[in-house]
Design a protein. Structure first.
Length: 55
């Protein structure tokens, strides 16, 4: 249970680094979902490029 909670909390902390998600400038559910998907893509790309550079 702790490992699952830790991964969820870590993901939420990463998402909090995006101001547009914190300030909620979006007015529709579609735009909110779009910003979340974009944030996950950016987080994933940063992680994968970091892994690739370390090899």
């Amino acid at each position: 249970l702790y490992k699952e909670r830790y991964s969820i909390e870590r993901t939420n902390a990463w998402m909090d680094s995006f101001r547009s998600l914190l300030n909620r400038f979006d007015t529709t559910l579609t735009s909110w979902k779009g910003f979340n998907f974009l944030a996950f893509i950016v987080i994933g790309l940063k992680k994968f490029t970091r892994i690739k550079k370390s090899r």
